[in-house]
Design a protein around this ligand. Sequence first.
Ligand SMILES: Nc1ncnc2c1ncn2[C@@H]1O[C@H](COP(=O)(O)OP(=O)(O)OP(=O)(O)O)[C@@H](O)[C@H]1O
Ligand SMILES: [Mg+2]
Length: 468
Amino acid sequence: MKKRLLIVDDDREFSNVLKEQLAESKWLEVCGLATEVDEAWQMLQRTRPDMVILGGIKEAERGVLCQQFRLAYPQLSFIAACSPQELMWEPFFRNLGIWVVAKPVQPGQLEALAMVPQGMMAGSVHQNHPNPLEVPPPLHAPTNQIQQPTAEPFSESSYGGSTVPKHLITVYGPKGGVGKTFISRELAIFFSMQRREGRPMRVLAVDFNLDLGTFATTLNLPRTPNLFTWVQDIDVQLQAFVQRQGRDPFTVRHEEWQEYASAVTLSPQDIEKYIVCHAETGLHVLTSPRDIRHSFEIRDYHLYLILETLKQSIYDVILIDTAPDTTDATIQALFFAEHVVMVGNPIVDSIENIQRLLKLLREAEYPEERIQVCMNRLQRREMFTLDEIRAYFQLHPSRKIFSVPDDAEVKKSINTGVPVMMHPGRIAAKEAIETLGKALLPVDTENTGVTPKGKTKDRSSLLRWLWG
Ligand SMILES: Nc1ncnc2c1ncn2[C@@H]1O[C@H](COP(=O)(O)OP(=O)(O)OP(=O)(O)O)[C@@H](O)[C@H]1O
Ligand SMILES: [Mg+2]
């Protein structure tokens, strides 16, 4: 039986062309065209579609709209038709369970989605999908490759449709040695020591310095299992999958792997197989590979799948420590993040590189509201004041630049593997990190078990960035 499709787009031309293209389809019939939200509601009620394709609608946030429609009609599948510029938001749409297709839409892509069983996780269909009529099913973890977990697992009941908002925070700085790893570690420990809804926050730190990461060392943690262990398992799954499609994995090209990977979902429960646990605080850590050579085998699509899966996990906060580069790992970590801590030192070369990076991100229309600038290793007397630095970065005067003082305790704490955050006394750097942590994510200071205020606001403003 044909699936019924409602097209919602204020561009009549787009809707009419699509309707015409689908006129002969054996799989889909267009049951209505709507150009406004009110009209879409009426048509939903009147025509009872199976699928809705959401193009651009003035003054409407597509993600919010989709959630509202879904509340009233839970069985509906959603497809966001995005212009090439909007495709950067694909991960966010996918997190909301919305399929993503690029404009101009190919009717074959919609037909392929019409054949996907209802309830399957959303994925993406790019125009050059190897076989658009064959959207692959989600993969399942192989049972023969399971590593011994070294971390204490969270309870099973914590899975299953958890609606707790996740916070992915990427700590970045376009210069080496400015304190990214130190700040990531301290923030991760800070959040691990906080409570949410009467329980300790579930925090994961991820070391995205794939070749030379030292996050594990700074907490005296082992380096096995690690990110590469996960990558190996992903490869086993992807290879088994392409073999089931009748392909020889050795003949699959990089772009085809990207396509296969973008159409699959991994199970978030499996993350625990790849992490190590910091016993003192319960922090989970996904460390970088033990052997530098392993990092050479990690591809962009592995990282994409890993980030996608992390976003679906039960962690309240995920902190990603990055390398001072512009490789794919770093750029993906920036684009997946809800908050970015841009770390620098009050030294001209570090300041210059932050400025260059901000320029690049502004050109890419990256939502600047996500970026918190943090000047680390501030001394009593600096040549540049924070106000001067803010002006140089052309930040809005209302934007705060965070600072962490240069503190002898830091070196000691890195050498001993004991974070300053766990130090019982008053340490200047510790207090500064606490201020930054609270600004990033309001915490349950009284441990009352009450959901921190401001969550909804955070989320909706994020949506406004995306679809406003
Ligand atoms: N606030 C601080 N006070 C004193 N020393 C600091 C401070 N922050 C960082 N350091 C020193 O700087 C060194 C480098 O810090 P860290 O490894 O965190 O930098 P990074 O930006 O992660 O470096 P990389 O670019 O190599 O990953 C630390 O070993 C520590 O000794
Ligand atoms: Mg580092």
